[in-house]
Ligand binder design. Structure first.
Ligand SMILES: C[S@@+](CC[C@H](N)C(=O)[O-])C[C@H]1O[C@@H](n2cnc3c(N)ncnc32)[C@H](O)[C@@H]1O
Length: 283
């Protein structure tokens, strides 16, 4: 594995600390769904060089390394903490020689040399870009002719609680999302977009799209409780100003892991979300 120097200074794009935890939980809980997406990719031959755009802690990187044993991955992200974690995982899985991490801001006009991949993967990262159309054009120019760009996006945050929960404040989770919706619309206007027209507008041919509906019962894994806890903790930070005192108190009871009302103790959790993949080919 090539170790590119990881800047550790403040990075405005890194966001609040602790994102590594939720990215790892997301990868663990949705592993089968991610594998189904990599299986579906319309590829005639196994890719040799993959670039993972906005790789985070490596959910896609490792799913792709598993799926394509001949491939190596260049994993790109702005956040040094994410890349550090990805490197640690690559070492633990004895895959260091197949991963090269690069710290870069892909909103910059000039990209570092990322080689000539035959597959570029961007999962839950394109909606973070300030100018996604420019990023798409850059990916188009980066890819080998005939190469594939896989854009995986989510319509919104996953939901965990049934509508009637918690018992004293039913519908709390939806109100939390309603309270933060305007912030997300402001900061991430491309979340939930139809990426097809943007991809074809940049010269790609659309080879297919697929939406995967996720519904995983909480009883499947104890990681689901931790995933729900981590997700609602992050939402609390953004929703705190807009929630009523009663809703905030109920949310805090769910987030208090020592409380009998803790979300970790609920038997009715489920992960409900959707992932859509667009497969776009450089002709
Ligand atoms: C929601 S996370 C998804 C991470 C990973 N792809 C996954 O599926 O778990 C979005 C990632 O995009 C990265 N990111 C956001 N803007 C970026 C930019 N301009 N250049 C590079 N990476 C960026 C973030 O640091 C973060 O790791």
């Amino acid at each position: 594995m090539t170790r590119t120097h990881l800047h550790t200074g403040h990075d405005h794009k890194q966001g609040a600390g602790g994102q590594e935890e939720i990215l790892d939980l997301d990868a663990e809980v949705l592993a089968e769904h991610l594998a189904a997406i990599t299986e579906w990719l319309p590829l005639t031959a196994g890719p040799r060089h993959i670039v993972d755009v906005g790789c985070g802690t490596g959910a896609g990187t490792f799913a792709l390394l598993e799926r394509f044993p001949e491939a190596h991955v260049t994993a790109v992200d702005t956040a040094p903490g994410h890349l550090q974690r990805l490197q640690e995982k690559a070492c633990a899985r004895d895959m260091s020689d197949r991963v090269h991490v690069v710290q870069a801001d892909l909103d910059d006009a000039d990209w570092p040399d990322l080689g000539t991949p035959d597959l570029v993967w961007a999962s839950a990262s394109m909606h973070h870009m300030a100018d996604p159309e420019r990023v798409i054009r850059n990916v188009h120019d980066l890819l080998a002719p005939g190469g594939l760009f896989a854009v995986v996006e989510l319509a919104g945050f996953p939901r965990f609680l049934p509508a009637g929960a918690p018992e004293d404040r039913p519908g709390l989770e939806e109100r939390c999302h309603a309270a933060t919706g305007h912030l997300h619309a402001e900061h991430m206007p491309h979340r939930g977009a139809d990426w097809g027209p943007m991809l074809t507008g940049a010269g790609f041919a659309l080879d297919g799209t697929r939406t995967i509906t996720v519904h995983i019962e909480g009883s499947r894994s104890e990681a689901i409780g931790r995933y729900a806890l981590s997700a609602l903790r992050r939402i609390r930070g953004a929703a705190v100003q807009a929630l009523s005192p009663e809703d905030l108190a109920a949310l805090d009871r769910l987030l208090d892991t020592g409380s009998p009302h803790s979300i970790l103790r609920r038997g009715d959790l489920a992960v409900r979300t959707e992932r859509t993949v667009w497969a776009a080919r450089r002709t």
